[in-house]
Design a protein around this ligand. Structure first.
Ligand code: GAR
Length: 187
């Protein structure tokens, strides 16, 4: 069985989708660590509920990104993590983590990349008048929402309510992340 780490900064619905799939046996893996850079984020409660160990930290309390990433790399190695899944981790991954886990860090993003990168992808797409939305899962590199695309799923939407796009998109995210992680673990 493969070991996953999930990184999140917010609500953690994607964390929960992955954790539930591990519990159900739809995903042949276990989450051995949840990493969160926002003390108080809802994802921390979700991790507790699933009995997943959390590492919660405040980036500001470290001298540099290399310092907190160095600590994280050590924890990932100690727990023999095979794949790191970013799930709403709103922070650019630095070279310390990238070089230690090269080709083994993936991210989910709520747009059809390379369109609409960043933290407000859905709001930006709605403002642009987009008619076909989507979700992307990609390898992580040192750029914001960059890196080679692994999977995408599109859906039509002809309205102007970002909340509705988020609702439709999140349902797709939860399915696509589980399917894609299982495929990556098979290879
Ligand atoms: C997800 O929609 C994910 O695609 C997005 O953050 C949300 C986290 O939701 N990620 C990005 O925008 C990355 N640039 P969750 O906390 O409920 O899983």
């Amino acid at each position: 069985m493969k070991n996953l780490a999930v990184f999140a900064s917010g609500s953690g619905t994607n964390f929960e989708a992955l954790a539930q799939a591990c519990a159900d046996g739809r995903l042949d893996a276990r989450i051995v660590l949840m990493v969160c850079d926002k003390p108080g984020a809802k994802v921390i409660e979700r991790a507790e509920r699933f009995g997943v160990e959390s590492f919660v930290f405040s980036p500001k309390s470290y001298p540099s990104k290399a310092d907190f990433e160095g600590e994280i790399v050590q924890m990932l190695r100690d727990r023999q993590v095979d794949l790191v899944c970013l799930a709403g981790y709103m922070r650019i991954v630095g070279s310390t983590l990238l070089s230690a886990f090269a080709g083994r860090i993936v991210n989910i993003h709520p747009s059809l990349l390379p369109s609409f990168k960043g933290a407000h992808a859905v709001e930006d797409a709605v403002a642009y008048g987009v008619k076909v939305y989507g979700i992307t899962i990609h390898y992580v590199d040192e750029t914001l929402d960059g890196g080679k695309i692994i999977a995408q799923r599109a859906f039509p939407y002809d309205g102007n309510d970002p909340d509705e796009v988020h609702r439709i998109g999140q349902k797709i995210e939860h399915e696509l992340y589980v399917e894609t992680v299982q495929k990556l673990l098979n290879n």
